[in-house]
Every structure is written in structure tokens, then in C-alpha cells.
Design a protein around this ligand. Structure first.
Ligand code: V47
Length: 393
């Protein structure tokens, strides 16, 4: 496994001093936490490749050349939603053309369709449809497990969990053990958007606030579940609001340690109320990956979600701070409704090919980052140790 050399560190430092981010580079090399002002300085730095180089330094210090992926399937059980978020192209109102709700049987059938594939995770999220009863959520989890008992269910964003607790008429603390009993394994990072109240009011005022997202994630972590975290960038938010978002995630992580991965999500404007906004450029996307890696010093993994970025940009992101690319993803809908032109799935062999092409070593993981397979002896060894531990416990 490669690790950053002193020569690389020296040339990065020279570049950083010339670009006016020497103090930030020194902190990065010393493993010290960057302040909010440091974050602003990194956003303001003209040389994105230098910022990316610093993030890559941290990425290689943590993960060497490894790039994680998994074999996964997405299920969006309903697109009916009452939150009317201005950035969303996926939502429908009840009765509107294209509106759907999948029954638990239909959810099970979707899982059955992929039984021949080596899928280890189902990523299940949807809109907020208040008519769905509490039992529905338990039933869709059970439907998945009935068909594929070994699959890991990563389901329900924080706003969905808030809604489930409302329908259960119980505090989330009491609901989570029941969801876990029905099959829930961890929670995805979606729905965080940008925590700042100003952006919340303007773009998604019916949805949870930033404080509510953090509070719900805290409850999830206290219940023993891991979760991911996202930030939806490239619309009306300021850089100060992005730094604030990252800092609040970092503080949550100091407290709970429950975040395993951070995923910057690039806003796709098509078919949304914000279709007049341009969305982020490629270099802005790379900067978000880099800032995530540099600011979130306590979050182990940074994901370049290839469905959103496209494969070429995800390959580049693996040298700008990202160490994960998500998975093979069968049937993504949220981004494709918003105009994404990436494929809706990729073969495992194809994913391996383009990770190798990016100069990285593919490592297949499960949802909670146990290594399942790798060409690299060191990663493979940690995989057999995990397997031995699992079989002897
Ligand atoms: O919650 C919705 C965002 C999220 C748009 O946890 C949009 O491993 C851009 O959270 N343009 C869903 N973004 C995706 C998500 C995710 C994806 C991959 C992995 C994980 C994980 C989580 O997408 C939504 C919302 O924040 N979103 N509409 C749009 N037009």
C-alpha cells in the first residue's frame, strides 16, 4: 500500500505557501483539526488541484491506494411526498401521474429479481407519504429479509425516521429497536441537504431542519446503528453555509462516532423548481470531495457517488480525497428523474476496471466496511481475519 512520501509533502507545502494556504497545509501534515476559517481559506484558494492534493495526502494516509465499493440495489418504495422540496424532481403528489407506492410484496419481488447477483446491500429510501401506516415500514423490511435473509438493509433517511415515529405514535428511541428487529441494518446519509436555516426556509421548509437532522442522527447512533451523511451542494448555499454544515457533522461525530461515510451530493437542476440554477461544475464537485476529506477528520470514508458524478469524475475524485465510489446500484431513480445521464447500474467487473484504471486497488466491502474481497494481500488478510472472527464468535 502506498503512503505519502516526504518529497510529496514538501512539494505540496511549497505550493500551499505560494497559494496562501501554507498554515492549512501545515495543519494537515501534522494531523491537526482545521478550523472553520481554514475551511473558508480552502474554499477561497484558486488552485483546486492543490487543495485536492492535500485531501489526497489525507486519503492516502488513511487508506493507501484502496478504493471501496459494494454490490448493491436501490429500492425507492414510494415517490409520493408532501415535503415539496424545491430541489427534488422525484416527488409526486397523491393521484398525480406517475405517483406510485410499492406494496411489501412488490418490494420482495424487486429483491427476488436480483437473487442471481451477488448483492450484499439494499439501499431503500423514499418520499414522505403520511398515509403509510407504521406497520408498512416494518413489513417492507421483513419482505426484503424474507427473500434474502443475508442482505444488509440500509434504509430510511432521518426525515423518514421522523415520519415513521409519528405514525408509530412512539418516540424514535422506542421505534428503532423494532425496525432493527424487522431487519434494518444501518441508515443512509440522504436528506441532510444544507443545515443552515436560511437555505432550509428558502428551499425545503416543510422538511426537517438541520437541528432536527442532527438530533435524529444522534438518536440513530445511540441505538447502535451506523449512518452516513450527505450535503447537497451547488444551488443557493454559500461557502460559509457549507463550512457550517461540515463543522456540525464533525461535532456530531465527536459525540457519537456513528458516521461512517460522508457523501457530497451535486445538485441536478433538471425537472426541479430550481431548474434555472446551473448546478455545480466539475471542479466544484472535486472541491467538495476534497473539503469533505480535509474538514471531516473524524469520518473514516468519503464517497464519490458515481451515479451522480459520472464515472470519469468519480475516477478523478479518487485522487481528490474520495476512497469509496458506492456500488453497482441497480435502478437509481432520484438522480435520473433530475436529469442524470449516467447508467442506472454498472457490472461489478466494469466497476473494478475503472477503479484500477484510476490507479487504485478495488476493495469490495459490505455496508459497514467489512472487507469482503480484494486483490490486495493486506486488505484480503483483514478480510480473512474478519471472517475468522465472525465464524469463531
Ligand atoms: O436525500 C434529491 C438528494 C438524496 C436531488 O448514504 C438530489 O450511502 C441532487 O442520499 N439533485 C438521495 N441531489 C441520495 C442519497 C445517497 C446516495 C448515495 C449513497 C447514499 C448513502 C446516499 O439525493 C436526497 C437528496 O438530498 N437529491 N434531489 C437533485 N435534484
Amino acid at each position: 500500500m502506498s503512503s505519502p512520501t516526504p518529497q510529496l509533502q514538501d512539494s505540496l507545502l511549497q505550493g500551499a505557501l505560494a497559494a496562501g494556504i501554507g498554515a492549512q497545509a501545515e495543519k494537515v501534515f501534522a494531523g491537526k483539526r482545521l478550523s472553520r476559517d481554514d475551511g473558508l481559506a480552502l474554499y477561497a484558494c484558486d488552485d483546486i488541484h492543490l487543495v485536492g492534493g492535500l485531501a489526497n495526502f489525507v486519503r492516502e494516509r488513511l487508506h493507501g491506494d484502496h478504493a471501496f465499493f459494494n454490490v448493491n440495489q436501490h429500492i425507492n418504495y414510494t415517490n409520493i411526498c408532501n415535503k415539496l422540496c424545491r430541489f427534488c424532481a422525484f416527488q409526486r403528489l397523491p393521484g398525480q401521474e406517475g405517483a406510485y407506492v410499492m406494496s411489501p410484496e412488490e418490494v420482495g419481488a424487486k429483491i427476488r429479481e436480483c437473487l442471481d447477483e451477488p448483492v450484499t446491500e439494499v439501499h431503500m429510501v423514499a418520499g414522505i407519504y403520511p398515509k403509510l401506516p407504521y406497520e408498512y415500514y416494518l413489513d417492507i423490511l421483513r419482505a426484503v429479509k424474507d427473500v434474502r435473509p443475508d442482505i444488509h438493509i440500509k434504509a430510511f433517511t432521518m426525515i423518514e425516521l421522523m415520519q415513521i415515529a409519528v405514525r408509530a405514535k412512539k418516540p424514535l428511541q422506542e421505534v428503532l429497536p423494532e425496525l432493527i428487529e424487522a431487519g434494518l441494518g444501518s441508515c443512509p446519509g440522504g436528506g441532510a441537504e444544507v443545515f443552515a436555516d436560511r437555505v432550509h426556509l428558502e428551499g425545503y421548509h416543510l422538511k426537517n431542519t438541520g437541528d432536527q437532522w442532527i438530533e435524529t442522527a444522534r438518536t440513530v447512533h445511540e441505538a447502535g446503528l451506523k449512518s452516513n451523511a450527505t450535503m447537497l451542494h451547488g444551488h443557493i448555499e454559500t461557502v460559509e453555509e457549507r463550512v457550517d454544515h461540515l463543522d456540525r457533522l464533525r461535532l456530531l461525530q465527536d459525540e457519537t462516532g456513528g458516521l461512517q461515510c460522508y457523501i457530497p451530493l451535486s445538485f441536478h437542476p433538471e425537472n426541479t423548481e430550481w431548474s434555472h440554477l446551473p448546478g455545480p461544475t466539475g471542479l466544484e464537485e472535486l472541491r467538495e470531495i476534497a473539503l469533505g476529506r480535509l474538514m471531516l477528520d473524524n469520518v473514516p470514508h468519503i464517497k464519490a457517488y458515481w451515479i451522480m458524478l459520472g464515472i470519469p469524475m468519480a475516477q478523478l475524485a479518487l485522487s481528490y480525497g474520495a476512497n469509496d465510489v458506492d456500488g453497482t446500484v441497480v435502478e437509481e431513480r432520484i438522480y435520473h428523474d433530475a436529469g442524470a445521464t449516467t447508467p442506472q447500474a454498472v457490472e461489478r467487473s466494469e466497476l473494478l476496471r475503472w477503479i484500477r484504471d484510476a490507479g487504485r486497488i478495488p476493495v469490495e466491502r459490505d455496508t459497514i466496511y467489512n472487507v469482503l474481497w480484494s486483490e490486495d494481500a493486506q486488505a484480503q488478510a483483514s478480510c480473512s481475519t474478519d471472517a475468522e472472527a465472525a465464524t469463531t464468535s
